[in-house]
Write a protein that binds this ligand. Structure first.
Ligand code: HEC
Length: 708
């Protein structure tokens, strides 16, 4: 907060900073929630205190906005000038009167398709009378008039620009979307991207667009070209994107507008689970980049995972905060990770504020793989998620402990960086963390609040089904193995606990057209498969419906144009390590809330977070649960969070972690709440879309306030 305040002071002197001043002014209007996660620092913090520890238990529902189109909603809505802006499950942006929930406009034009994109928020930008909402849908960044919801036709191509603009020719037919809002710096918006996690991934470059014109302003290449620093950390051809890609920022960014530095955490390079064709440490994948926000030049960087082969993407935007370290106030940047570590750096120099050790980690036994021998681990704070599972750490409430123990014995299980293996590897912390996209809150005292999941996953890495006609004669099965089995499983049984539906017996359940739509347009967290040829599609659908492949499907015909690109290995599935009843193999807690003082690196408190009501009913102590969506922290002394399948919205005392209030939402709120004030009244709002973790679907935004 201080930072923005000072930026405004500066602006008076150097009016080149004028637009930064506008932002600072806005921030000073603490009654709003102007930007994703509360501000450019992404601290999920509000200075409002009307709702506080002494009265939060009196909260009542103020309004509920029914979107009508149920499904996952991960959106953290923004509130500007008394208007709430959000998006529905089918990606229709809308504006509501933030005091009443009454719809002001809704952009119902859905580009001809119903598209589930799980967009985490929209962006507001203004310059005098020009007020805009920017949001993404499919591979486009759209600009709307914030007052009417109508497209701004002077922006890009009649109101939209392609997210592929700066990615080069190889991106043309590749999967490129964005489900996290961009970050505004002056007239620029810097865009997160989601790309494939396979060998067909687009390059995950960082792109800045001009908000007035839609023109590409700068590009930072996360997989460097020859001659650029970092090029030497890849095979010479990697930058050509023939079978290596990604290293994208999908989880969002934070910006220090006074310093003109944007902090960009990236994900792994693709293919995510076998790096035989990308030997090297792979800069700038899994890296925190500090870039000059004006031109994209790299100022400093730190890589959290070298040569990632466990999908350990940086899962959330970093937090910008000020800490006292060795008696000195330091503007810092903190990054949470899936593996359970918080990394803390001097925001300007990149110097770590707590030492970081390179620890030896186990080698891979998969041919062609060269796992990196060490990985960085901060000495402080202690990890917020357990780092290992032994036979003593199995779920004592499971009826199947012996089976779990057998499975554990058969698997590779050597700590948080155990490479995947043929026999199966326990991935713990799991593929969804530790921390996930909800991110962490930070209060002005430098205390960080993180909801962390504790879920072990069990995944094997097997040779990809080859095109050898003797081994596999059904071409549809080949398409399936290459594109679908990672989520729906090699036997098509899916994984209900992870939200991947079974595709067995489709002929009894789903229209072919519905299945084709899911494949070509995507659905929920399932990406669209736009590059499959018509023949591949028909073979695939024939396979799913147990039909013989069409006459055109000669067995030896190669599948797709990029058959040579298939990784030699593929994973058994995004599978959690569960018992036969679907409960985690690992002993509780399965989810925790953590308050870490980043001045000292010490924990203030740690609590079990989330509940399985049916286990509580049996008298089992609170187990905690996985969570998606982050906390909000307020000057009223509260930590407010939903995020769990048990449909609760909860308020804690942020100083000691004591639960003060909880209520049941219409559907699980897998999103980060927002808080704001209109006409002297403070509201807390949360999107309730359910759907994840097998929760019932929902279709509303619910706001709470104190009674009049
Ligand atoms: C990255 C994971 C992932 C991959 C890869 C994937 N899917 Fe899905 N798929 C999902 C998820 C998650 C859903 C559930 C979406 C929802 O309802 O929100 C789903 C839903 C579906 C559905 C709809 C089921 C229903 O009941 O409506 C079909 C059909 C389907 N997938 C087929 C495929 C096929 C065929 C492929 C390969 C071309 C594929 N999927 C690849 C994750 C994936």
């Amino acid at each position: 907060m201080n930072v923005n305040f000072r930026a405004c002071g500066l602006a008076v002197v150097f009016f080149i900073f004028l637009s930064a001043c506008t932002d600072s002014d806005n921030k000073i209007k603490s009654s709003e929630w102007r930007e994703y996660l509360g501000g450019p620092d992404r601290n999920h913090y509000s200075m409002l205190d009307q709702i506080n520890i002494s009265n939060v238990s009196r909260l009542i529902k103020a309004w509920e906005y029914h979107t009508g189109d149920s499904g996952q909603i991960q959106c953290n809505p923004i509130i500007v000038n008394g208007v709430l802006y959000g998006i529905t499950a089918t990606m229709q942006p809308f504006a509501l009167n933030a005091a009443t929930g009454k719809e002001l406009w809704r952009q119902r034009d859905s580009l001809g398709t119903t598209w589930y994109g799980n967009l985490r928020g929209v962006v507001y930008w203004e310059q005098e009378e020009d007020k805009r909402i920017l949001y993404t849908k499919e591979s486009w960044l759209h600009a709307l008039d914030a007052l009417t919801g109508k497209p701004i036709l002077t922006f890009g191509d009649s109101g939209k620009v392609s997210l592929r603009t700066g990615l080069g020719p190889t991106a043309e037919k590749k999967f490129v979307i964005s489900n996290t809002p961009g970050t505004v710096f002056e007239d620029l918006i810097v865009m997160p991207l989601r790309v494939s996690e396979g060998t067909d991934a687009a390059l995950g470059y960082i792109q800045a667009f001009n908000i007035k014109t839609g023109k590409l302003a700068w590009v930072f290449k996360t997989i460097p070209d020859p001659g650029q620093p970092g090029y030497e950390t890849w095979p010479p051809e990697a930058h050509k994107n023939s079978n290596v890609g990604a290293a994208n920022n999908w989880s969002g960014m934070a910006v220090d507008r006074k310093r003109a530095i944007i902090y960009v955490p990236t994900g792994s390079a693709s293919f995510d689970f076998h790096g035989g064709n990308r030997k090297g440490s792979n800069l700038y994948a899994n890296t925190l980049l500090a870039l000059n926000a004006r031109n994209g030049e790299r100022l400093w960087h730190f890589q959290f995972v070298h040569h990632d082969i466990l999908d350990r993407d940086a899962p959330a935007p970093p937090n910008l905060l000020t800490v006292t370290h060795n008696g000195k106030k330091i503007d810092a940047v903190a990054q949470v990770t899936k593996q359970g570590y918080v990394f803390l750096f001097n925001r300007e120099t990149g110097e770590p504020l707590f030492p970081i050790e390179e620890k030896p980690v186990p080698p891979s036994d998969i041919p062609g793989e060269e796992a990196w021998p060490t990985q960085p681990v901060p000495v402080k704070p202690e990890p917020y998620a357990r780092q290992a599972i032994t036979a003593n750490d199995l779920n004592p409430h499971s009826k199947y402990v012996n089976e779990l123990e057998e499975k554990l014995k058969k698997s590779r299980n050597e700590g948080p960086f155990t490479p995947l293996s043929k026999q199966g590897t326990v991935v713990f912390p799991g593929l969804d963390g530790g921390a996930e996209w909800g991110g962490a809150a930070v209060d002005p005292g430098g205390v960080m609040y993180i909801n962390s999941s504790e879920m072990a996953w069990l995944i094997s890495l097997n040779e990809t089904a080859t095109t050898d006609s003797k081994k596999m004669v059904n071409p549809g099965e080949q398409v399936y193995a290459a594109n679908c089995s990672s989520c729906h499983g090699s036997e098509r049984k899916g994984n209900a606990a992870s939200g991947f539906p079974s595709l067995v017996n489709l002929n009894n359940r789903l229209e072919k057209q519905h299945v084709l739509n899911a494949i070509t347009s995507g659905k929920g967290m399932m990406p669209a498969f736009k590059r499959l040829s018509d023949k591949e599609l028909s073979d695939l659908v024939a396979f799913l419906y147990g039909e013989k492949p069409g006459a055109a499907a000669a067995p030896k015909e190669p599948v797709g144009n990029d058959n040579d690109n298939k990784p030699p290995y593929s994973i058994s599935g995004y599978t959690k390590f569960l018992d036969k009843d679907g409960y985690p193999a690992v002993a509780p807690p399965w989810g925790t809330l953590n308050a870490i003082d980043l001045n000292t690196g010490e924990y203030k408190w740690k609590k079990v977070f989330g509940e399985y009501p049916e286990l509580s009913a049996k008298g089992i102590p609170q187990t905690g649960s996985e969570s998606y969506g982050g906390p909000v922290v307020t000057a009223g002394g509260l930590l407010i969070i939903a995020g769990t399948k048990d449909r609760k919205l909860r308020a804690y005392n942020k100083d000691n972690g004591e639960l003060i209030w909880e209520t049941t939402l219409p559907a699980a709120g897998f999103a980060t709440p927002s808080t704001y004030e209109v006409n002297g009244k403070q509201y807390i709002v949360i999107a309730c879309g359910g759907t994840k973790l097998g929760a019932a679907k929902g279709e509303s935004y619910v706001a709470f306030a104190l009674p009049d």
